[in-house]
Write a protein that binds this ligand. Structure first.
Ligand code: HSE
Length: 330
């Protein structure tokens, strides 16, 4: 019989800002202009193999150890795939930057793999398998980079299991400035240094800020968003990992940003701005503050409502002769 196979798919998934000051491990938004790309090629020999890694440094070539492919290995086992997947990873998001590099790879990989399956992965399945890769990088799973890298925009992860995420509307006039200092922070270390206890007063204030930020997004109330974007819990415990952080934040706010905090576990720092302020001015002020602390930095100006992981190339669709039906699973 004639069979039609999708031979390969390449997917792109964006860098992300997680935590967003008030939503540790539960809130994140996608960035436009920085992404990872993963190509998954369907081949006859079963198993998942990494054939090439472009960019990135010291990334594991063992598919069980690589954040891009760990989820694919689990998926191939769960589905008992009778064919194999060859994976090429092109890193565009800097590693250990706080910009969701491992999530971008993991999401791009599952989106590309889903496109070459006979039965595509559901959204909860894609989330689940991408999360396995993220857990490798961080030591424990958290979905605040995976969800926005998958869906785009600002996403609240109410629960990872069962899968329960929610898109938060972002006022169209708002955008982000992200500054990446030439430093790296190990996410496991940044998580290990967090205290397991929160002062009750800080818990109340942080809950109010999270509610205020989300309410401000729904009501298109920038003043409320600005008042609410304050991290009383995580930022004070991590800011010492970023030389010059206090001055960089002061520079962003002084240049008119609504709020500024650490992106994910850092060292990247993000600021949110409205239309009345030129984001270039915020970007230059933040880069100068880093320079004053002897830290080189680069900046990215991005919308908050960008795209999530998506297929950018696929094919060729090959017609070939097959002697049997082509079940995906045995
Ligand atoms: N929410 C995570 C953290 C993001 O701050 O540790 C880093 O992967």
């Amino acid at each position: 019989m004639l069979d039609i196979d999708l031979e390969f798919a390449t997917a792109s998934a964006p860098a992300t800002v997680s935590n967003v000051a008030v939503g540790f491990d539960i809130l994140g938004f996608s960035l436009t202009g920085m992404s990872d790309e993963v190509t998954v090629r369907r081949v006859e020999e079963p198993g998942v193999r990494i054939v090439k890694i472009e960019g990135g440094q010291n990334l594991p070539e063992d598919p069980e150890e690589n954040t891009a492919t760990a989820g694919l290995v689990a998926m191939a086992r769960a589905r008992k795939l009778s064919f194999g997947l060859e994976v090429t990873i092109a890193k565009g998001v800097p590693q250990q930057s706080g910009l969701g590099g491992s999530a971008a790879s993991a999401v791009a990989a599952v989106v590309a793999a889903s496109a070459v399956m006979d039965t595509p992965l559901s959204l909860p399945e894609r989330f689940h398998y991408a999360l396995l890769g993220e857990a490798l990088a961080a030591g424990s799973p958290h979905g605040d980079n995976i969800a926005p890298a998958m869906l785009g925009g600002l996403i609240l992860v109410r629960s990872m299991d069962p899968f329960d995420v929610m898109r938060i509307p972002v006022p169209h006039s708002m955008g982000a400035v992200v500054i990446h200092p030439d430093l790296s922070v190990d996410v496991r270390r940044a998580r290990n240094l967090l205290s397991g206890e929160i002062d009750l007063g800080d818990f109340v204030a942080q809950s109010a800020n999270l509610a205020g930020f989300i309410g401000g997004c729904f009501r298109d109330d920038r003043a409320l968003i600005g008042r609410s974007l304050q991290d009383l819990v995580i930022e004070p415990q991590r800011s010492h990992l970023i030389p010059g952080f206090a001055a960089v934040k002061a520079a962003a706010l002084g240049a008119g940003a609504l709020g500024c905090s650490i992106s994910g576990a850092g060292p990247a720092v993000f600021a949110i701005h409205d239309l009345d302020v030129d984001p270039e001015v915020i970007k230059e002020a933040m880069i100068k503050a880093f320079a004053d602390a002897d830290v080189e930095a680069t900046g990215l100006i991005s919308p908050i409502n960008g795209m999530g992981g998506h297929v950018i190339e696929r094919g060729p669709r090959v017609k070939k002769k097959s002697t049997k039906a082509s079940p995906e699973s045995a």
